[in-house]
Design a protein around this ligand. Structure first.
Ligand code: COA
Length: 395
């Protein structure tokens, strides 16, 4: 028997792990997702303790993920300076990006812009660049000139300023930090896995981040918050004064399910309870509402009513599988409250998640082993006689 036949037989016998569900592909110190208890640990810290209530900034989360511990005051300052320099250098690159930022989709623009970076760019340069490119793309879409970074600001405050054109309040910057820290890492999610696969081949960091951006773009991963806001708008418009009328949320959701469409912001591969990040972001919206004089109250009430209606409809349809709100549901409400346009929601997810991607790239490099799973061949066997009249399988 040839070695090809031996390998083929082994693959036929192995169980097929479609979607790689439950397959452990790496050991990591970066984060743990406990789907049964609804807990997210980021490098030894509960996400609830870190984000929002913990007052941790995006730069602190980078220090934690890249260095293994929350940074001391001098280390935080140096990290803040390095990420700010990354923003400034990326801004200087804007004139040399060709038509990268002309793309209609923000993730396409980000992918193309980041690809212009040197392959061996360090994490702080990559993190600064993602924020600058996302903000510049958003300005271009609005027909406005990009705004140069202010290196004196931390990333959250500067990002809001570069997108909106006006200085952010401390409360707004703090809640964007809450968001960025909350989404900074999340186990072996699809974009992180993509970055690790590319890294495992010995390729460079920018190639890995470009692959990760491509994976994050998909609606099943990071592309959901824009459509969540569309859903809230549609249900709010069907009600009175932005509030759902009795049954309007339920009717809208049932119509989506009947059309075999998924309810965005609901369900998760790992969580069997409510995504803990949804609660962190929900509290951030509440805090923001208090400082903004309660302006977010109606929107939050609408979101909560839609969440209840969606949960009930999905429970009735899938009693065997809990489908609860995920991080994207309240991301939509929070980023909208911060004045970010909905087309920028997925790129803003990348602004936070790039911290985790860079940490995983470093971790994977230390492993130094190619990620190369197997597939089961179900195609034609060379030399086998074709069965007359048999239809060719679809490709
Ligand atoms: N709305 C409606 N039905 C859903 C659903 C949703 N949001 N999420 C899962 N389901 C249903 C599927 O249709 C499937 O039903 P079926 O067996 O009758 O076909 C069943 O639940 C299992 O779905 P599956 O695709 O196997 O689960 P998964 O673990 O691969 O999916 C997600 C996880 C996140 C991709 C999925 O829940 C989803 O598409 N959610 C909406 C998109 C979203 O919010 N993405 C952001 C994730 S953070």
């Amino acid at each position: 028997m040839s070695s090809v036949e031996v390998i083929g037989m082994r693959d036929m016998a192995a169980p097929l792990a479609s979607g790689l569900e439950g397959v452990v592909v790496a050991e990591t110190r970066l984060s743990e997702v406990d789907g049964e208890r609804g807990r997210l640990t980021l490098a030894g810290h509960d996400v609830e303790a870190l984000a929002g209530d913990g007052g941790v900034t995006f730069e602190d989360a980078c220090g934690l993920l890249w260095g293994g511990a929350l940074p001391s005051a001098p280390a935080r300052e140096s990290l803040r300076g390095a990420i700010a320099e990354g923003r400034t250098r990326a801004f200087a690159l804007l004139g040399r990006l060709g038509d990268a930022l002309d793309a209609g989709d923000g993730m396409d623009a980000l992918r193309a812009a980041v690809a212009h970076h040197r392959g061996d760019a360090p994490p702080a340069a990559i993190a600064g660049a993602v924020a600058t490119f996302a903000a510049a793309w958003s300005r271009r879409c609005a027909g406005e000139e990009p705004i140069a970074p202010d290196p004196a600001l931390r990333l959250s405050a500067d990002y809001l300023r570069m997108v909106r054109g006006a200085a952010a309040s401390e409360a707004e910057a703090r809640e964007l930090d809450t968001y960025l820290v909350t989404v900074s890492d999340h186990g072996m999610n699809a974009s992180t896995f993509a970055a690790r696969v590319v890294t495992s081949t010995g390729s460079d960091a920018i190639s890995a981040v470009v692959a990760a951006i491509g994976a994050l773009k998909g609606p099943l991963h990071g592309g959901a918050p824009g459509p969540v806001l569309d859903m809230l708008d549609a249900i709010g418009a069907a009600g009175e004064g932005g509030a759902p009328s009795p049954g309007s949320a339920e009717r809208w959701i049932q119509a989506e399910l009947a059309a075999r469409r998924r309810i965005m912001g609901m369900g998760h591969r790992i969580y069997r309870v409510r995504d803990p990040r949804a609660a962190v972001l929900e509290r951030a919206i509440e805090r923001l509402g208090r400082t903004a004089g309660g302006a977010q109250g109606a929107r939050l009430a609408l979101a909560r009513a839609v969440e209840r209606a969606a949960e009930a409809a999905l429970r009735a349809r899938h009693p065997e599988r809990p489908l609860r709100a995920n991080v994207e549901f309240y991301t939509a409400v929070l980023l909208d409250a911060l004045g970010l346009p909905r087309a920028l929601f997925s790129p803003t997810f990348a602004v936070g998640r790039v911290a985790g991607w860079c940490a995983h790239i470093d971790e994977q490099r230390r492993v130094g082993r190619l990620i190369r799973p197997s597939s089961r061949y179900i195609g034609d066997v060379p030399g086998a006689a074709a069965v007359p009249g048999a239809a060719a399988p679809p490709h």
